[in-house]
Ligand binder design. Sequence first.
Ligand SMILES: [Zn+2]
Length: 205
Amino acid sequence: MYSPFSLAPWNDRLSADVNPKFVYGRSGWLLAIILLLIALGVSHGWQTFEAFKPVANGIRPEARLTILSILGVEILITLNLFLPGLLLLTKWRFSLLVAKTLLAVSPFFLFVGRTFIEPCDSDVLSAVRSYLLPNVFFFCAPILLYLTYSRRVQNSFMFAGSRMPSKISCPFCLTRQTLNSDQRKSKQLQCGACGRLIASSTVLA
Ligand SMILES: [Zn+2]
């Protein structure tokens, strides 16, 4: 039974008459991105833990604030990677939106943390070149573009949000459909091409 409030990781089963060519579920590139984000988050968290373990007991009081700020930044960077991956596995109704927001802010956050809180790079321009731009263009932007325009993501999150997307593919005949605001809100519409009712009750098993 489909429940938009469940947090359980899932691949919903599709109803038997859904077109086999309807791309759906956490596999393919979507699964690769989910696993990449979770793996990067776990690896970053582990590196942070290993780096801070030896200094945890011997922090001088005057260095405590600096060390805790750096630890805070590293924990937030870990969560910025790990949480989007985890959210994309769930069927929480805001999971796609929150995952995309976390990913969108992560390079700026990394840049501010590494440049102003951890003085790895005091030269702002070189920090922009070494942290910000590569992260935006080679990591976040491709993932965000995929999460926004991929047919698999659009199909898999079709019923997950509080309203349906403005454009969807009919799960039965694959024709693109444009939804009006009532259809988006009620989360059901009749396909203009095949006449089938597109709703969670007819699409999901
Ligand atoms: Zn149709």
